[in-house]
Each structure stands twice: as C-alpha cells, then as structure tokens.
Design a protein around this ligand. Structure first.
Ligand SMILES: NC(=O)c1ccc[n+]([C@@H]2O[C@H](COP(=O)([O-])OP(=O)(O)OC[C@H]3O[C@@H](n4cnc5c(N)ncnc54)[C@H](OP(=O)(O)O)[C@@H]3O)[C@@H](O)[C@H]2O)c1
Length: 331
C-alpha cells in the first residue's frame, strides 16, 4: 500500500480526450498498454511510479490482455494489485481493457475465439485484475475456425453479464471488421473500437480499414505507435542493455533495428526541425489520422512516459513534413 495521492490538476486540459467513434466514451489521446514491462521478469519497482504518473498526466485508459507478462497473466496480476491498493477510489475515472485470443492455457479451450475460451478467460482476467468488470473486452485476433457469430456472441454475452461495458476487436482485417460490426449490431451491441498495429513504418490500416471505421463510427486505438521503441531515440546509437530489442523475451528483433537505422536517423532529423524528439513526432503522426482516437503506447520508465506525452505540444504537420517523412522511409 502506498500513500499515492493523484495530482489534482490531472484534468486541467493538457490531456485532450477524443470521442471513441460515435460512442459516448471519450479516451485520452495517449493510452498506456501493459504488454511489456509489467511481467514477473520486469523491474516492478518501476511499475507503480509509471501507473501513478500516467494517471497524473490524464491517461485514464490502461490496456491489458490475458497473456501479457511473462508469464502470461502476470501483467494483470501485478497491476491488479496496484489498481486495488492505489487507485481503488478512482475506478470510475479509469477505462480498463482486456482481451482474449492468443494462447493462454493448454488444451483445446485456451486459444483463439470460441465462446468457451473467451468467457472463461474474461473471468480469469477479472480475478487477476481484482475487478468486477472491464470497460472494454476485445477479441484479440480473428479465429479462422470458429464462426464469427460465436466469437461476437461471446463478446455480447460479456456485456449482458455486466462483465464488460463495451466490446472491441483487434487485428481484424477490413472485411472481418465489417462482418463483426454487423453481427454485433444485430445483437444490439456496439462495436466500440478496433485495435490495430499502426505506425510510420506500417500503414496497412490506411488501405480500407480506416474508411470503414470512420463510416461505421468505430473508434481506432493503434498499438505499437512507436514500432516497439524503434521510432524513439532508443536505438540511434546502437542497441542498449535493457532495451526491448536486447531482451530475450522481447518481440523486437535486433535485425529489424539494424535494418531501419538509416531511416531512423533521417526521421530523427525531421523531428528535430519540428522541435520534437523522434518519439513525439511518431505519436503526433499517428494521432494526425482522422480515424485515430488514441495512441496506445508502452513505457518502461516514467521518463519515457513524460517525454511521449509532450508530443501534445505539437500535433500539427505541414504537407512538406509529411512528404519528407514518406521520403525518409522509402529511401
Ligand atoms: N492488440 C494487439 O495485438 C497488440 C499487440 C501489441 C501491443 N498491443 C498493445 O499496445 C501497447 C503498446 O505496444 P508497444 O509497447 O509495442 O508500444 P510502443 O509505444 O510502440 O513501444 C513501447 C516501447 O518503446 C520504448 N519507448 C517508449 N517511449 C520511449 C522513449 N520516449 N524513449 C525511448 N524508448 C521509448 C520502450 O521500450 P524499452 O523497453 O526498450 O524501454 C517501450 O516499452 C501494448 O502494451 C499493448 O497494450 C496490442
């Protein structure tokens, strides 16, 4: 238990909140995800200060999944404890999400998109998080072998049971997202949000998905907007100890860093001319897309979180800047 007292000025206007699609729910333009840095292998002395600072900065949305760790489940368990001890009195100020869709437990019922898996997993997440409900429950990825009606039906049941206030989808193509949205609408449930990967190097969502989201009034919360740390100053002088690319359990490959290094230096120079760091420019770039509600970042320190949220001081781009970003990554 700590004596944490949230900053009384946290809603003073520095953090903008955008409406999530056509829904009534507003999300902070920067949200914090718990994929890395909050597992049992991580330095948990940083976890508590990161969560406190995020809340003080107006970041009211924390994103989990059943399998975040390592080991799977650890991030929900470690942060559930902190939520209970330090933020219990602020539950109604927080939007907490979780997901199921990737491998979580052995046997035929611990993966993908069956009703059996999704609803059992949600119960397990609630127990680890020590919460009665999550605000958003996602299907983490489409399941090629389960009828979409069954997966969406499980999400609708989570809402009907009061275990989730809203539902979302993640990693769904434009076609599957359209189908999922129709099925949910027919069940009287809004598809609140889509969580896809999107950053300066990976623009797949611009080829149809974002048009669909705008047309249907579905929010969009891109994950890994910093390309897991590539689009920051982290790797400009090599691969530092303790960085994601250096860790065995990380998902960022050293080869990927080395392949991109020239482009990163070019992008860094553009950011400098804008009076920003590379991470600030990368976040502003994602937030510049009209379909985007919030950028879902990760952070391994309070310093990173603070640097990143200062992107809000310069969100506009000139056409010349946008063109030079495109050129920097196409060279
Ligand atoms: N739906 C899905 O399938 C899916 C998939 C992936 C992620 N997500 C969600 O998206 C969230 C964010 O993903 P992500 O962690 O890959 O996001 P990211 O923001 O692209 O990368 C975060 C990492 O970049 C580094 N970093 C961040 N700010 C920095 C700064 N200012 N200077 C230097 N380095 C900095 C840190 O890595 P170091 O550890 O090296 O310091 C940090 O852990 C996840 O936590 C999760 O909630 C969802």
């Amino acid at each position: 238990m700590t004596s944490y007292q949230p900053d009384p000025l946290r809603y003073d206007g520095r953090m903008p909140y955008r409406r999530c699609g056509d829904s009534g729910l507003k999300l902070p333009v920067i949200s914090l995800g718990f994929w890395h840095n909050f597992g049992d292998v991580d330095d948990l002395t940083e976890s508590r200060p990161i969560m406190h600072r995020a809340f003080d900065l107006g970041i009211t949305h924390f994103d989990f999944a059943n399998n975040y760790g390592p080991p799977p489940g650890a991030a929900e368990r470690n942060c559930g404890k902190i939520l209970k001890e330090d933020l219990r009195g602020h539950r109604d100020e927080l939007v907490i999400s979780s997901k199921a869709g990737y491998h979580m437990w052995d046997g035929p019922y611990g993966d993908f998109g069956s009703r059996k898996y999704l609803l059992s997993s949600l119960d397990q997440s609630l127990e680890r998080l020590q919460l009665d409900y999550v605000d958003i429950f996602y299907s983490h990825r489409p399941d090629p072998d389960t009828p979409l009606e069954e997966t969406m039906g499980a999400l609708a049941t989570a809402v009907q049971q009061g275990k989730a206030l809203y539902v979302g989808i993640s990693n769904y193509t434009e076609e599957l997202a359209a189908e999922a949205n129709n099925i949910l609408a027919n069940m009287g449930v809004r598809c609140l949000i889509h969580q896809p990967r999107y950053h300066i190097f990976d623009r797949w969502i611009e080829h149809g998905l974002t048009d669909l989201l705008l047309e249907k009034g579905i929010g969009c919360i891109p994950f890994s907007p910093l390309a897991q740390g590539l689009l920051t100053s982290r790797y400009l002088d090599g691969i530092p100890a303790n960085s994601r690319a250096e860790k065995n359990h990380g998902f960022l490959q050293k080869e990927e860093v080395n392949k991109k290094i020239d482009q990163l230096h070019k992008l860094q120079r553009i950011a400098e001319r804008r009076g920003q760091t590379l991470s600030q420019m990368a976040l502003a770039w994602v937030l510049h897309h009209p379909a985007v509600t919030s950028a879902l970042i990760g952070a391994s320190s309070v310093r990173q979180l603070e640097e990143n949220t200062r992107c809000l001081e310069q969100l506009e781009f000139t056409n010349e800047e946008l063109t030079s970003i495109d050129q920097a990554i196409s060279d």
